[in-house]
Each structure stands twice: as C-alpha cells, then as structure tokens.
Write a protein that binds this ligand. Structure first.
Ligand SMILES: [Zn+2]
Length: 211
C-alpha cells in the first residue's frame, strides 16, 4: 500500500472509530508502518478531524520527521513495533467497555477476558493487563515491551487497549472485537455462563493459528 493510500486509510478508520463512539475527545491514536518509519495520528486532535497531509511522520529511530507533533502516546506504539517485526499498524483507544474491564479487581492479569466467542479467540486470543502507570510515564513503554513479543493485544490498567495487526484493517478489527467482547463480558458477568472450553479454544487455534 502506498503512503498516500495509507494516510487516507488512517483518516477513514479514525473517523469511523470516532463516529461509532469507540473513542472521544482527542483520545485514541492510530499508527502504521511505512518504508522509512511510521505514520502516526497527531497530538490533541480528535480522530474524526484528521488531515492526511498533517499526520505525523516518524523516522525509523522514532524521531519526528514531518507533519504535526505526534500523539504523546507514540511511545506505546513504538514499544509494540520494537517487539513485533511483523506489525504493520497499532491502534490504541480509550473505548468505554475495555476501559471498564481494565479497572476491575479480581481479573486474571495474565489474561483478562474469558474466551467468549471463537472470533475473540481468533482476533485477540489473550489479553494481559499492563500495570497502571501515570500518563506519559516511560516505564509504561517498558511494561508494554515486556509483553508485546508474545501478545499483539494488551490492556493498560485503568486506561485502555493497545492492539497491533499485520495490517491497519486487522488492527482495527481486533480492537473492535476486543471492545465488543469486553461489553459482552460485563453484560454476562453476573449470569451463569458457558465460556468456550479449553478444548474449544484449542480447536479454534488449530484451525486459525495465531499470527
Ligand atoms: Zn491512552
């Protein structure tokens, strides 16, 4: 995909995520890999107001090359890319249900959500919780890096999800699946439920091996 097509795609997905209430205010950010670095959504701009020509461009060592100043959460994206050579895009949202789950006590920090559906297993798989850090704390990048090699999706405690994909479409689809699964989990948490069994999860993974 050419850089200009990718710029248009980031703007289109940003608007779509914003208009469907998956992010709000100037929260949430999107990045994608290009030949000579990364495109990233700028700081302090709502995702429905992105301008393809003003997206931030970062060089291969993470320095700002052109466009507006990148999101202050750029380090989260770079932490994912540094550990995942195949990652082509990263999306981070403050999507309501995922944030709600990120605040729950008594979840398994190694894998926060149960296997609610096969689609969740296919698109997200497992979801470790990254301990809480204040905004902008660089220790958060280290904490993400420690998990990113083994997980393309992580949940930042009291903050929100960060999801990488082998395409921009895949990263967006995965974070949407995560958000809907978080919603289902909260709807069902007080009910007697049948999550997928370990055997059913293994069968899905055999048919659709995680990338
Ligand atoms: Zn954030």
């Amino acid at each position: 995909m050419s850089e200009s097509t990718l710029r248009e795609a980031i703007v289109r997905f940003g608007r779509s995520l914003f208009e469907r209430g998956l992010t709000f205010g100037s929260s949430g950010n999107i990045s994608a890999r290009v030949d000579d670095g990364w495109l990233m959504t700028p700081t302090s701009v709502a995702l429905d107001r992105l301008d393809p020509a003003r997206l931030s461009k970062l060089g291969s060592d993470g320095q700002h090359l052109s466009g507006d100043q990148p999101t202050k959460e750029a380090f989260l994206h770079l932490a994912m890319y540094l550990e995942r050579a195949g990652a082509q895009a990263v999306v981070h949202l403050h999507s309501t249900y995922s944030v709600a789950v990120s605040c729950l006590a008594n979840v398994d920090p190694a894998d926060v959500l149960p296997p609610v559906t096969a689609y969740y297993v296919m698109r997200v798989g497992s979801l470790p919780l990254v301990p809480y850090h204040p905004p902008g704390d660089r220790a958060l990048a280290e904490a993400v890096r420690r998990l990113a090699g083994r997980h393309h999706a992580v949940l930042l405690a009291n903050h929100g999800p960060v999801v990488a994909g082998d395409s921009l479409e895949a990263a967006v689809a995965a974070i949407e699946e995560l958000e809907e699964t978080a919603k289902l989990f909260l709807l069902l948490r007080q009910e007697k439920t049948r999550w997928l069994t370990a055997e059913q999860v293994a069968e899905v993974r055999r048919r659709y091996p995680p990338k």
